[in-house]
Design a protein around this ligand. Sequence first.
Ligand SMILES: [Zn+2]
Length: 313
Amino acid sequence: MELKSRVMSQEQQLMHLLNYRVSFTEKEKKYFWKMKKGFEGECQFDELLAKSVPNENCLVLNDLLLEHNNTQFQLDSVLLSTSTIYIFEIKTFEGDYYIKNGEWFFCKTNNAITNPLHQMQRSETLLRQLLQQQGINSHLPIQSNLIFIHPEFTLYHSSIDSPIIFPTQLNRFMNDLGKKITVKPNQRHMQLAEKLKSMHISRPSFDNIPKYNFETIKKGIACASCRSLHVHLIGGTKFQKICCKTCGHLEGVDVSILRAVKEYKLLFPDRKVTTSEILQWCGLFKSKKTILRIMTKYFNKVEKNRYSYFEVK
Ligand SMILES: [Zn+2]
């Protein structure tokens, strides 16, 4: 059972929206792709886990950010079974790497990278201490696994007994795990999982978000399928649709505008949702008529003096 699901953070959502609305610098591009790849890899792992381990026999917590002794540590995926607390650190490294004197290097550049095993072991120690400090004596051993999910990852000189799961071993590892986890968790396990969930720290970070403003950002309705801003209106006024010039995807006007408003609100939380702003934001319509119809249907109109704006119903 998934107790804490994996959702895109506000930072990830903003970067996804900005990716096609502002020009990223090389550094921002790299950051965005790394973040995107990481999230996709984690979701891929979640799918595999859901397929392999019976849902009713485990408690899963994703993306836990915990703190112990003023040190924060992130756990990509935690699985609680009746016999073990499993920690999965998921890495999406691609290409060839090697280990030399306990340090990790990228073959292509010979550059040293942060040792992911150390990082994972540190998290395991901190979790153990945190549970003890909280007076949680679960008697459950903690088992950490470093998962490499990208099929083109290779690591030279790794030791046979290290807790690394390579892409070629992942399916077998998951099947074996599924066979091991056969008993339903009881109330005690549920309490432990709920306790861990309650200790999660929400820490929105916007340090890596590029600066943007309403005046200069690329406006327009983004295609629901390919995110292209090259869309046009088709059909008569009654059955209008938005058609994507890039991929041909068709979508009703209502859904498209509602998504555009959602994106506008995420990007500009301090600006009011007014018909003229949304008209500008969508960019497709000649008059406020369609926008006004949809806003009145799905939002609450707030009138202040001679000024009016919309709020979520
Ligand atoms: Zn499209």
